[in-house]
Write a protein that binds this ligand. Sequence first.
Ligand SMILES: [Zn+2]
Length: 191
Amino acid sequence: MNSNEILQLFKDSNALLTGHFKLTSGRHSDVYYEKFTLLKQPEICTKMCEQMANQFKEANPVTIVGPTTGGIIIAYDVARYMGIESIYAEAGDEGGRVFKRGFSLEKGQKVVIVDDVLTTGRSIFEVIELCNKYEAEIVGIGLMLDRSNGKVKFDYPFYALTSVDADSWEVADCPMCAKGEELTQRGSRKF
Ligand SMILES: [Zn+2]
C-alpha cells in the first residue's frame, strides 16, 4: 500500500476527521485524529502493522518497543509479523518512561520504536531516552501517521506510513471561528 492508500484507510476507519475541532491544547484545528477509533479496528490496524513490519525487516530488530497505550497494540502486532518480541514503555513516576513487568533491553540490542501518530514526538523522544539508558541500538522509528508537518526530526531512520497536513490556530486566529463556523462535536455518550 502506498501513502495515499494508507491515508484512505485512516479516513475509511473514521479515525481521521476533518471539521472544526478544539484540541486538548485549546487550539483549534481542521483535522482531528481519534486515536482509538483506529486501534479498536484490528482488521485495519493490522494492515498498517504489516506494512511497518515489512519496512523494518532489513534493519533486523530483535525487539519492537512502543509507548503506552496505543503503542502496546502496534508494537505487539508489528512484532507478530516479524516473529520477534514486543515490549512497552510506561509512564515513570518521576516523568519520562520506564520499563516495568520485567521488561529490559541488553546493551547493543537492536530495537525499533513504534507508535500511531506523530504530533510533537514527546512520547517517542521519551522512549528513545529510555532505550539509550539501556544502551540498546535504535535501528528505526515507525509511525502510522505523521501530522507534525515535518517539524519533528529524529536522529534515527524514520518511517511514517502516511502523513497529513494539519493546521492549528489560537482561537483568535482561527479562520473557521472567523467565519462563524460551529465547533464539530465528536460523539461520545456520557453516563
Ligand atoms: Zn475555531
